[in-house]
Ligand binder design. Structure first.
Ligand SMILES: Cc1cc2nc3c(=O)[nH]c(=O)nc-3n(C[C@H](O)[C@H](O)[C@H](O)COP(=O)(O)OP(=O)(O)OC[C@H]3O[C@@H](n4cnc5c(N)ncnc54)[C@H](O)[C@@H]3O)c2cc1C
Length: 387
């Protein structure tokens, strides 16, 4: 085996390349990334970077010299448009094809588009990549941007809301569910977060659906909800989730079901093709069922597994899934998957700023969450067991 090609230069793709070298792979490694920038970290884009106009560049995943030092060919601005599994080659847009012995799909995810009238208006923003973040940062920095309507109360929506409120904007979050962050956190966490953000001035409208993004002269002026209520806004941010980038996998006939289907070694239905990160759907040992997880920890863990398998090394032990978010002075962290629990145990600090939540299914701890208690993570992680 001489040639490994990785499609996608995000956290998963870059981690896989690094792990292949760490595992002793000595052949060619080529990473093909569609984005022109040096691979960068996405989490700061909705946090510190969004409000710090004096930071021109994003934080790189690895320093520029890393790729050369490790003999990793990084091709930026290279979109792969075709995967031919029989010929074992991938074709790039406006470039030729290259062959592989093993292929790793690390194509990530894209913002779910909002499909309502007015979605194409000028000041409707998404936040998935550097281009989005730069455009949103510029818009938030403008003096004539006073009101911000955020569609979706997920992690990204709340982080943007926190950044906007810190800049003195009037922020309204419109959420279809009865609470924010419902997909990743328990009600104990989300109720606390909601209360604190409300105290900071963020307005929430729950159980609400957007019927239309209203506009004038090609620019969004606010939201009209199905209830008939209107939310005036100078800019609209759509944070309604992400869709896995499975186009190549589907075209090549790989098994896909809400993500590229992979086994415990991150192998797809083709023994020469792996998938890792946001694009992959694997059985998580701590969840016991197939799930697609959108976190840095998951992207890096799956990359380590794929690299070890390719190199014939023992697979690294499974670690519980983990996520974090920074929301207006609150460090929210989660371990495990906050689903399928029947009992919740909560302890709070006297000043109400810190809390720890344990989620149980019977006697088994399935997930643990903390707010402003980062030092508890290590102990809680040890207490979690695979299903
Ligand atoms: C704004 C933001 C904030 C976040 N904050 C957090 C956080 O606080 N904590 C946390 O754990 N997670 C966070 N996440 C999630 C985390 O960033 C993702 O889980 C992680 O980036 C996934 O890595 P990935 O490599 O699988 O995918 P990506 O980072 O999406 O990388 C995939 C790359 O593949 C490229 N690509 C796709 N198709 C092709 C193709 N055909 N040819 C070539 N290249 C292609 C894409 O352009 C992209 O650069 C955040 C995400 C966003 C967007």
């Amino acid at each position: 085996m001489q040639k490994i090609v990785i499609i996608g230069a995000g956290a998963a793709g870059v981690s896989a390349a690094a792990a292949l070298r760490q595992n002793g792979f000595d052949g060619q490694i080529t990473v093909l990334g569609e984005e022109p920038a040096l691979p960068y970290q996405r989490p700061p884009l909705s946090k510190a970077w969004l409000t710090s106009a004096d930071t021109p560049r994003p934080t790189p995943i690895r320093p520029a010299g890393f790729f050369q030092d490790n003999r990793i060919t990084l091709e930026r601005g290279r979109k792969v448009v075709r995967l031919d599994r029989e010929a074992r080659q991938v074709t790039m847009r406006d470039r030729g094809a290259i062959g592989y012995d093993k292929l790793i799909l690390a194509t990530g995810a894209s913002s779910r588009p909002i499909k309502v009238p007015g979605a194409g208006l000028k000041n409707v923003f998404y936040l998935r990549d550097l281009g989005h973040a730069a455009a949103l940062r510029e818009a938030l920095g403008r003096a004539d941007c006073r009101t911000v309507a955020i569609v979706g109360g997920g992690v990204i929506g709340l982080e943007v809301g926190s950044a906007a409120i810190a800049q003195g904007k009037q922020v309204t979050v419109v959420e279809a569910a009865a609470r924010p962050m419902a997909r990743v956190a328990s009600p104990a966490v989300t109720n606390h977060v909601t209360r604190k953000l409300k105290a900071e001035g963020v307005a929430f409208i729950f159980n609400a659906r957007v019927e239309e993004i209203m506009g004038r002269n090609g620019r969004a002026t606010g939201l009209r909800l199905v209830s008939g209520a209107q939310v005036p806004a100078d800019i609209v941010v759509a944070g309604i989730g992400a869709l896995p980038n499975v186009g190549l996998a589907v075209q090549a006939g790989l098994g896909c079901d809400g993500g590229i289907v992979v086994d415990g070694a991150m192998l797809t239905t083709d023994p020469h093709v792996y998938a890792v990160g946001d694009c992959a759907r694997a059985v998580n040992p701590f969840f016991g069922a197939p799930i697609r997880i959108e976190t840095i920890h998951n992207a890096m863990s799956q990359a380590l597994v794929a690299a070890a398998h390719i190199c014939g090394k023992p697979l690294p032990p499974a670690a519980p899934p983990r996520f974090w978010s920074d929301l207006k002075g609150m460090k929210v962290q989660g371990l495990g998957i906050a689903a399928g629990y029947d009992r919740l145990q909560e302890s709070t600090s006297e000043d109400d700023d810190a809390r720890e939540i344990r989620l149980f299914s019977g006697d088994r701890l399935v997930a643990a969450e903390t707010v402003n208690l980062p030092t508890r993570q290590a102990d809680l992680a040890k207490a979690l067991r695979p299903v």
